[in-house]
Design a protein around this ligand. Structure first.
Ligand SMILES: *Cc1c(COP(=O)(O)O)cnc(C)c1O
Length: 389
């Protein structure tokens, strides 16, 4: 069956929330995927910062199949070894005492954290313009884009938005009524926007001064994506809440709300729950992802390959600047041709996306090699030439 035929069937069966799919993909291996018509692509988007180990990594395959063969699912009346080990591992990577609540997705991790903030006895949340925190009603209330929010109002209230990166505006918005400040260390969906020096520290200072929680949404930036386990470590701050998901399971759905220090005990028995969260297979997958990042030294690889890609693309006259850290890369274009470039790149066999007008985003697997990156960059430079002409 051809990609076109599959796409027609998709449109008759799957709800139209994502528009027409770009391709029907049938197979993946390493940093490559193949579509239903047999065309090969280098995947520089990695399922939107999810496929940290690329496609069909043997370590992930082994962890998931062994765990499924041993114990696939239990209820949260019980626990399992991988769940406990993953909780301990995440806390040790953060270097702090705390407690973890496991979920199946990013938005659910944020819902859990949102409930933690309500247990402070306060309801006001300060969030940033340009933010993306998810599509469920609570996370949506914290997401700034009007087009996402307005069809679903009323949403949970008492959320104040301030311009991202503006220290004075943030400091002024935080007061004794504030339950939490939620920020992304890099705004992913906005096109990989950097907060600027001192911003996260200012958020830490303001929240500490007013007894509010600092909540960092590391769903896109966490688990090695930026060349560190967490993007916020580069800013020298310790948050109260960290939410992770995307890269954590390397493609197996899992998220986590990690509460540190006093925030760790705000949720008490009966306050929250989930059927699938912390499932043995998902937690075993996440442990395999983290172990592989350690064993294959992928944090260092993310830094080196990220720098290589950015230097390569910055050489093109259409590229004004690049942004981000490690293998979360934003490309700022001189003209708003990001949609044309995304399409032309796909035709040329390179997957990336255009999160906002005038910007491209790359979030390739952390296993991307120097030679693979060099080949992809040279294809992209030719694509840029073609669009620029
Ligand atoms: C993707 C993302 C989410 C939502 O995660 P889902 O798994 O799609 O629900 C939340 N916050 C950030 C920063 C994200 O990038």
């Amino acid at each position: 069956m051809t990609g076109r035929e599959w796409t027609e069937r998709y449109q008759g069966a799957v709800m139209n929330t994502f528009g027409v799919p770009q391709r029907v993909l049938v197979r993946g291996e390493g940093v490559y995927v193949w579509d239903a018509d047999g065309t090969k692509y280098v995947d520089l988007l990695g399922g939107i910062a999810v496929n940290a180990l690329g496609h069909a990594h043997p370590a992930l395959l082994k962890a998931v199949s062994e765990q499924l063969g041993q114990l696939g699912h239990i209820s949260n009346f019980f626990t399992s070894e991988p769940q406990i080990e993953l909780g301990e591992k995440l806390l040790s990577l953060l270097g702090a005492d705390g407690r973890v609540f496991f979920t199946n997705s990013g938005t659910e991790a944020n819902e859990a954290a949102f409930k933690v903030t309500r247990k402070t006895g306060r309801t006001k949340i300060v969030a940033a313009e340009g933010s993306f925190h998810g599509r469920t009603m609570g996370a949506l209330a914290l997401t700034s884009k009007a087009a996402y929010r307005e069809p679903f109002e009323p949403l949970p209230g008492n959320v104040v938005f301030v311009p991202y990166g503006d220290i004075a505006a943030l400091t002024a918005a935080v007061d004794d009524e504030t339950a939490a400040v939620i920020l992304e260390p890099l705004q992913g969906e906005a096109g990989v926007i950097e907060p600027g020096d001192g911003y996260l520290q200012a958020a830490r200072d303001a929240t500490s001064a007013h007894g509010a929680l600092l909540w960092l949404d590391e769903i896109q930036t966490g688990i090695g994506r930026t060349g560190a386990w967490f993007a916020h470590t580069a800013h020298g701050v310790m948050p109260d809440l960290v939410t992770v998901a995307k890269g954590l399971g390397g493609g197996i759905p899992i998220g986590a709300c990690i509460a540190l220090g006093d925030a760790a005990t705000l949720l008490t028995p009966g306050n929250h729950g989930t059927t699938f969260g912390g499932n043995p297979v998902a937690t075993a997958a996440a442990l395999a992802v983290i172990e592989t990042i350690e064993v294959e030294d992928l944090l260092e690889n993310a830094r080196a390959i990220g720098a290589q890609i950015r230097a390569g693309l910055e050489a093109h006259p259409l590229v004004v600047a690049t942004s981000g850290d490690g293998l979360l890369i934003g490309v700022v274009l001189a003209k708003d041709v990001s949609a044309d470039i995304q399409k032309a790149a796909l035709e040329a066999g390179v997957i990336l996306n255009n999160p906002t007008p005038g910007r491209l985003r790359l979030a390739p697997p952390l296993i991307l090699t120097e030679a693979q990156a060099a080949a992809a960059v040279s294809t992209l430079l030719a694509v840029l030439d073609g669009v620029d002409a």
